[in-house]
Design a protein around this ligand. Structure first.
Ligand code: PDD
Length: 283
């Protein structure tokens, strides 16, 4: 596997990162994950803008002479997955410096990226998935795509141990988002999803899905979803780079609706798939 590290493409087993790197010592960095659909980087502009937003929020200087789009394309080519389904991961940390909390005066940001083949979750798309609800133990800047993901990791592990696909994080009685996806429910025919705030990541798939809702005349309320209302949801779904639109058919031990992906979810899921196809064709 060929990876990218600080200006170089090299075999992964030759990539060396200092133990003083602040991503290692403090989780002091930001990241992005993009889907590549047969070489087409889905909604890349929005990912680069969000990356920029995260880095600015963390006050990490954007690395000089680093074109994330070319790095991503080059990784797909060098790993022979430019014609395949893939994901691209990019990370920037504040760099390596002796361990002190305060920002180092002269560290150079570390830039690491890799691309990997990806298998669409077609069976789960068809059948729908179970999710569990767990308390949201994250900080108050979930809008930053920081590599500091321990609460997400713990929640996701708990989901896996419960035989669930995702954990939906609940803060102050509201179901906000998943450990690596956004979350929506259908209540009285209206799609409800948490509004943008510092308590959710502004997901790009969520943005695309909401745009498709508007085109399909599906009514949307960007409104906090009370945990207590989950039992009334006729449908539920996740949005994310690796999920696209994923039907949720069970929340904890309770079926959602009839326990099958609902009609509105199916419509949105198909519209998302069609939109991906259209983006690929347009190149
Ligand atoms: N996660 N919410 C959280 C907490 C996320 O980590 C993600 C994405 C999303 C969905 O955002 P988007 O549609 O832009 O992928 C929502 C990525 C895939 C990850 O950490 O692997």
């Amino acid at each position: 596997m060929t990876v990218y590290l600080n200006g170089e493409f090299l075999p992964k087993d030759q990539a060396r990162i200092s133990p003083d790197d602040r991503a290692f010592l403090f989780a002091d960095g930001a990241y992005e994950v993009l889907r590549a659909y047969r070489g087409h980087l889905f909604r890349a502009r929005e990912h680069w803008d969000r990356f920029d937003y995260s880095l600015k929020a963390l006050r990490i200087a954007s690395p000089a002479n680093t074109d994330f789009a070319s790095i991503a394309s080059e990784l797909l080519k060098r790993n022979n997955i430019a014609d395949a389904e893939a994901t691209v991961y990019l990370q920037v940390s504040r760099g390596a410096a002796p361990r002190k909390h305060v920002f180092p005066a002269d560290a150079t940001p570390t830039v690491y990226a890799f691309a990997a083949p990806f298998a669409n979750p077609v069976e789960k798309w068809a059948s729908g998935v179970k999710v569990i609800t767990v308390p949201d133990q994250r900080w108050a800047r979930c809008d930053i795509k920081s590599v500091s993901l321990l609460p997400n990791v713990l929640a996701n592990q708990q989901a896996q141990e419960a035989g669930a696909h995702e954990a939906v994080l609940v803060r102050d009685g509201f179901a906000l988002e998943g450990s690596l996806s956004n979350f929506a429910v259908v209540l009285d025919g209206v799609l409800h999803t948490a509004p943008r705030s510092n308590y959710i990541l502004p997901g790009i798939s969520r943005l695309v899905a909401l745009g498709l809702c508007s085109a399909l005349d599906i009514p949307v309320k960007e409104f906090p979803v009370a945990e207590a209302d989950l039992k009334c949801a006729a449908e539920a779904m996740l949005f994310g780079t690796t999920n696209e639109v994923m039907p949720v058919v069970q929340i904890n031990e309770r079926k959602v609706g009839e326990g099958q992906p609902g009609p509105l979810t199916r419509k949105l899921q198909q519209a998302f798939r069609d939109y991906v196809g259209e983006c690929q064709r347009r190149g």
